[in-house]
Design a protein around this ligand. Structure first.
Ligand SMILES: NC(=O)c1ccc[n+]([C@@H]2O[C@H](COP(=O)([O-])OP(=O)(O)OC[C@H]3O[C@@H](n4cnc5c(N)ncnc54)[C@H](OP(=O)(O)O)[C@@H]3O)[C@@H](O)[C@H]2O)c1
Length: 362
């Protein structure tokens, strides 16, 4: 049975993955209904879907729900706006078993799984739990802390350089790795860069190489050095937020607002090193931003990592040597090796000519 449960849970996870376009404040949900060894209903929570995946899957299965097993990667009511209605539906459908990846209850309703158990439905939890948790890691962090999940991503040479000494970084990595950048953008609510990157590369920070939603673009820029000709202002300025400080010129602030961008005067960092990043993340969280992709450059990446604000690090390592150049990560104040930042669940994979390192910071 355990083997069968894992097989169908993997199908539920695959379905849930189709909901990557959903804002990270909503869970990614996949549901599979199995009766007599066949899948009789399946659904996932899509970008704009108002019907919970569980309801869609049960509707599809109809009378075949009688005696069926229902597989869902998260606790069934996590996705529902009316958890009570969903629970009644589950109790009435005649299912014999409910198998979930993560048992954690996030709804206001009394623990759903207990109620199903009391009603005589067999409840199995923790199937493929690690994969299920990974799929919704941004969502879980956000609902528990109201602070967005932060992924730091960059491409570096084999000798740890982000760019040459003259600031040239396009393109260190291979075309396949560029696609990865666009995939990550699609999966996050917001992309953030430092003003140094805007001045050096004039990026668009949109999703172009694949289909998908464009995230909010945030630039940290204490003195409003962003040029009016920047692509972030010429193309879709209404999706650009510039986080500045009180040191910025108020006339320049009005000009940028006139171009359509939103300018937010954030708190300055206590050590004078620009925008107070913890406060900025909390502010973004209050606006409903549940995931942030930090795409560089060196100073912003270093600040994020040094302040222990990053949850995940994705590094594309290209088989190139640059020698003297801009180092990807600067001073972290580490004097002893036991102070070094370490990682859990490290994954590496080959992508074109590059190697991708993908891990969670401890
Ligand atoms: N290989 C890659 O994946 C990749 C990706 C991106 C960029 N790059 C390269 O990286 C280089 C740019 O890096 P960079 O270090 O010069 O610039 P950056 O990290 O993009 O921007 C740094 C600037 O952001 C502002 N800032 C505001 N608050 C900050 C804070 N709390 N922490 C850090 N910065 C803050 C500061 O300017 P103010 O004081 O004026 O606010 C700071 O100088 C370019 O050569 C670019 O091509 C490479």
């Amino acid at each position: 049975m355990a083997h069968t449960d894992e097989r169908y849970m993997r199908q539920a996870i695959k379905l849930a993955e189709k909901g990557v376009d959903r804002p990270s404040s909503l869970p990614r949900v996949g549901v599979v209904v199995v009766a007599n060894g066949s899948v009789v209903g399946k659904a996932f929570a899509g970008a704009g879907g108002s019907v919970p995946a569980l309801t869609s899957a049960l509707n599809q299965a109809g009378e075949k729900c009688e005696g069926a097993s229902i597989y869902a990667n998260v606790e069934p009511s996590a996705e529902a706006t009316d958890a009570e209605k969903l629970i009644s539906r589950l109790l009435d459908c005649g299912a014999a078993r409910v198998v979930v990846g993560i048992a954690e209850s996030l709804s206001e309703a009394r623990p759903v799984l207990d109620r199903l158990n009391e009603a005589g439905i067999e409840v199995v939890t923790g199937v493929c739990e690690q994969q299920c948790r990974r799929l919704n890691e941004a969502y879980f962090k956000y609902v528990h802390t109201q602070v967005p999940f932060v992924t730091v991503k960059f491409a570096q040479s084999l000798d740890g350089r982000l760019a040459t000494a003259t600031g040239n970084s396009q393109w260190i990595s291979s075309p396949s790795s560029l696609r990865l950048a666009h995939q990550l953008r699609r999966e996050h609510d917001c992309v953030m860069v430092g003003i140094g990157t805007v001045l050096a590369d004039d990026p668009r920070l949109t999703v172009r190489l694949i289909d998908g939603r464009n995230p909010l673009r945030v630039v940290v820029d204490s003195h409003l050095r962003i040029p009016s000709t920047a692509r972030l202002l010429r193309e879709g300025a209404h999706r650009t937020l510039i986080a500045t400080t009180a040191q910025a010129d108020s006339g320049r602030l009005s000009e940028l607002e006139g171009l359509g961008a939103e300018v937010m005067t954030a708190t300055g960092a206590a050590d004078g090193s620009g925008v107070d990043l913890p406060e900025l993340l909390r502010t973004l969280g209050r606006r409903g931003v549940a995931s942030v992709l930090v795409e560089g450059g060196a100073r912003l990446i270093t600040s994020m990592v040094a302040a222990r604000l990053a949850d995940r690090l994705v590094v594309v390592v290209a088989p190139k040597l640059i020698g003297r150049g801009i180092e990807a990560i600067g001073d972290l104040g580490t004097t002893n090796l036991d102070e070094a930042i370490t990682f859990s669940s490290v994954e590496t994979r080959k992508l074109g000519a590059d190697v991708v390192f993908d891990a969670r910071l401890n």
